[in-house]
Each structure stands twice: as C-alpha cells, then as structure tokens.
Design a binder for this molecule. Structure first.
Ligand code: C2O
Ligand code: CU
Ligand code: CU
Length: 524
C-alpha cells in the first residue's frame, strides 16, 4: 500500500481528565477497546486497540509528587487481532489469547503497580495472571519532571499488543521546570513515532512467520524483529504540522517495536535537546542528528524563527533497519518521518532556552556497591529459531540479580553480537557511565574481556537520567543506578519487542538491605 506523505495534519492526543481529584489523590480510569482508526485519509479505517479508544492513548499529565491512581480496564475481544505464537512463554495453548497489563515505562513505582508481564488480566478481570494482585495501580510520581509512556507488557504478546495500539504518553511536570520558561502550551507537542504496515483493505499487517520458514518452525512464529513500512506520528502516517516562526518543544518518543530513528531536519537546522528519558539534561545540547532506539525519549526544542514563512521542513530518518545491519539506508519508509510547514508568528515568542536546566549529581565510582555483568546472547531455541537471551537465561529461569534497596550498582552490558539492543531496566532511572570497545572474537571463544580501547564517556545528550540505553555491538556499556525505595520483583529487558517476547527479558528482585556497609569506598 503506497500512501502519499504529508497529507494529514498531525493530531495531538488529548489530555486525559481524571474521574476524581481530591487534595490527596487523583483517580483515572482507562479502558482498552477495539476501535476503528484512520491512519491516513486515503486508507480505509483500521481495526486496532487503543487506550480510551485512541491511537496513541490520551496523554496523562501529572505533577511531581501527585498521588495518582489508575484503574486500567480491559474491554478487548477475546480473540487477538494479530497472529499469536503459542510457543512463547505466557502464550501457550490454554492461556487466554488476549491478556493485558499496563507498565508505566520509566516510573519509580512499587512492584504491584509496575505491570509485571505475569500480572496480566483479561476482559473484565475474568482471568488473571499469577502475579496479578490489584486492579488499581498507584503512581506516586516522586521523580523529576519528564516524559514517560505507558504501554502494554503482557508476557509473550507485548509486541502484538503494543503494535495493535496500546501505548500512550505520560508527562510529569514540576515548578522547577515551569520556572525555566520553555516553550509551552500549544507550542509544546508530543510526537509518538511508530511504524506500521497495512494490508490493501486497511487492516494491520504483522507477520505470522519469517519468510520461507523451515519445516521445524511452528505454523505461527515470532520473527527476530518487525519494522513497518509506514511511519506513524501520533496516529497518522507521515503527517504535517504547521509551525509558527518561533520556538517549539517536542517530546519525541520512539514507540516502535524494533525500528530506530536517526533524525535530522532537512533544513540543516539543529535540534536543541533539553531532556532524555528521566528528565531534563544539565544543559541544552545542540545536535544535527539524534538517534533514538525503541522506548527512548528525546525532549527537544526546534527554533523555526529564522525560517521564512512558506518553507517546509522534513524530519528525516536514515537509521538502518534492523539497526546497524540490513539494507541501507532505511528501507521502505522513504526516510521521512513528518513535515513542518512554517507560517507567520501569531504573537511574540517569549519562551527561552536557559543555559542551565537542572542539576544532576553524577554517581561516584566509589559509591558503587556492586558491579554485575549482563551479557547479550544469541542462540537458537528448540525450533531452531534465533533466540535472544540475557546472561544466557530465559525469562522463566530463576532470579540472578538481587540488588538491595538503597544500593548503587553498576551493570556492565556486554554486547559481543552484531546489533544494537536498547536495554531497559524497570524501577530506576540510571546514568550511563561509559562505553568501552572490546575484542568480541576473543570474548566469544574464551569468555575473557580484552579491551581494545579507552572507555568513552557518553555524549552530552546522554548525561541525564536514562531508563533505556543503546548497547552497541563490540562495546561494554556501563550504567549505574540506585535501586529502591521499593522492594520486590521487577524485570529488565531489551526493548526491541520481538526480542523481549523471545526471550530477552529477565526478572530481578530488589531486596531489603541486610546491613549498612561501613566503608563502601574503593581503596583498591
Ligand atoms: Cu517499556 Cu518493560 O518496558
Ligand atoms: Cu519500563
Ligand atoms: Cu534486543
């Protein structure tokens, strides 16, 4: 299906209204429904799944520290919209086909409200997964102002549920950020970037198997990753947005299953990145190009004030798919994401881009209580299919990571493979410490790490809080985080959803700290 780009205006998801707001609690209800959504004016309506019947879901806006409760309701049909692979954990025969559970990505919440993949529930809570404990999730929002997102996380079908439409934005605001006088109101716009492929009749296409599957494969099989040929922003294919000659703030989310975006403006303009996954950066960073992997966010300002009215500017994408291998550049999508059309300003632009945004205290190596190695592994499963793992364990293997609440740990993500994996850890926002190249041939043969270069500090736009990090092949990426205050079961995983479902996701436990280390400083 060939669709003409820049035909439809960019929709802005509405802000969800709470059902009830008292001085100590804000209560929302969000219902998942099957709906018809038109992704392009020349495309017949598409059957998909949306929170509150919307693609993407409505934006939830809260204040730092606001006590938010949300009842997530499933009113979906019991037959899945997309081909279910019954060989994956969580979706074997006998399990309800349509299971949902909502995860607020990037939030520091207790495990009961984190949306554990096994805390799923079906329509009307008729059936619930083994880790289901409550219907109403609690979000204390005790974290800096930032852009989070909520999405489905049901075991074995996360890729299908998110692709079917179950994703939306969640914004935390605070006074400190308001005082910065960044572009706001109608000049602050969320951009949820996803990719889809449509059949001629407008229905969603998602592959039911690899091309020419070998006879050992199950009839419906997960693939190592799926990238759609149509880029969708806020629910429209290649939309356009009229922008005044002034500054805008865009909260960009990569909500795709596996596609990365290597973004540029074809006007040659720079992005001014002000925030990452977990909040504002210490200072604005000017960039010609920004690369975001699945689940990552980039909070940017684009200044259109020097662009003549009538100019059109394209937000382009040159990322290879799958990232760093496959055909180049960016097969199938024309390399375009959306278009900006510059129009005259309607009023003075009084917003500013301050030199300093926020204070971020870097973790001190001396405060790291423990370092763990997390290897990214590729093997095959019993059907001979490609299987991605973490530390060579699958999801149902027992817990091997058990950080204590309050402790700062360093996780070394060791990627001796060929692709970039966006690695996400629940409960925390972390800091990227550095990336060091190592000899993968030696490592793959002997398991020994031989560094081939000096550690490289993260670029300026990665010196803020992150919850998802691009782990490049041939490099060891080190992140550091403080766990807690909550204890209990969480997960970490690759955010390429096909990897997460098969089986690049692991449980971890945050445990009570046993004793306070007397002297945690490294005096080696
Ligand atoms: Cu965005 Cu575990 O998820
Ligand atoms: Cu998450
Ligand atoms: Cu991966």
């Amino acid at each position: 299906m060939k669709l003409k780009p820049f035909v439809d205006p960019l929709p802005i998801p509405r802000i969800l209204k709470p059902k009830e707001r008292t001085k100590d609690k804000t209560y929302y209800e969000v219902t998942m429904r099957q709906i018809q959504h038109q992704f392009h004016s020349k495309l017949p309506p598409t059957t998909c799944w949306g929170y509150e019947g919307q693609i993407p879901g409505p934006t939830i806006e809260v204040e730092e520290g606001e006590n938010v409760h949300i009842l997530w309701k499933n009113e979906l049909p019991d037959k899945h919209l997309l081909p279910v692979d019954h060989t994956l954990h969580g979706s074997h025969e006998g399990m309800p086909e349509v299971r949902t559970v909502v995860h607020l990505h990037g939030a520091n919440v207790d495990p009961e409200s984190d949306g554990h993949p096994d805390a799923w529930f079906t329509n009307g809570f008729a059936k619930c997964g083994p880790r289901f404990t409550q219907k109403v999730y609690k979000y204390p929002n005790n974290q800096p102002a930032t852009t989070l997102w909520y999405h489905d996380h049901a075991l074995g079908i996360t890729r299908l549920n998110v692709y079917a439409g179950l994703a939306g934005m969640y914004i935390i605001r605070n006074e400190q950020e308001r005082a910065l006088n960044l572009p706001s109101g109608i000049y602050e716009i969320p951009l949820v970037i996803q990719d889809k492929t449509f059949n001629e009749d407008g229905s969603l296409f998602y592959p039911s198997n690899v091309e020419n599957p070998p006879p050992e494969y199950p009839p419906v099989s997960i693939t190592p990753g799926f990238a759609g040929d149509t880029i969708i922003v806020n629910g429209k294919a290649w939309p356009y947005l009229e922008v005044e000659q002034r500054k805008y703030r865009f909260r960009i989310l990569n909500g795709s299953n596996e596609r990365f975006y290597r973004m540029r403006l074809d006007s040659g303009q720079e992005f001014i990145q002000i925030g990452s996954d977990g909040g504002l950066l210490p200072r604005p960073v000017r960039l010609e190009e920004i690369v975001i992997g699945p689940a990552e966010r980039a909070d940017v300002i684009i200044d259109f004030s020097n662009q003549p009215a009538g100019t059109s500017i394209i937000l382009t994408n040159t990322a290879r798919t799958p990232f760093d291998f496959g055909q180049e550049p960016n097969p199938l999508t024309d390399g375009r994401i959306m278009q900006f059309r510059v129009i005259p300003r309607t009023s003075e632009d009084t917003s500013s881009i301050p030199q300093f945004l926020t204070n971020i205290k870097r973790f001190d190596e001396c405060d790291i209580v423990r370092t763990r190695d997390i290897t990214l592994d590729v093997g095959t499963d019993k059907y001979t299919r490609l299987l991605f793992l973490l530390n060579n364990h699958d999801f149902i293997d027992g817990v091997t990571e058990d950080p204590a609440a309050g402790d700062i740990e360093c996780w070394r993500i060791i990627n001796a493979g060929l692709g970039v994996h966006p690695i996400h850890i629940h409960q925390v926002q972390f800091q990227v410490l550095d990336r060091t190249p190592f000899d993968t041939a030696v490592y793959n043969q002997t398991g020994r790490i031989r560094f081939t270069g000096e550690p490289e500090l993260p670029p300026a736009n990665e010196r803020g809080w992150k919850d998802t990090v691009q782990a490049y092949p041939g490099q060891i990426t080190r992140v550091a985080m403080r766990f807690g205050p909550y204890t209990g079961r969480y997960v970490y995983h690759c955010h390429i959803l096909e990897h997460e479902d098969h089986d690049m996701m692991r449980p971890f436990d945050v445990v009570e700290r046993k004793c306070i280390p007397v002297d945690s400083c490294c005096k080696k």
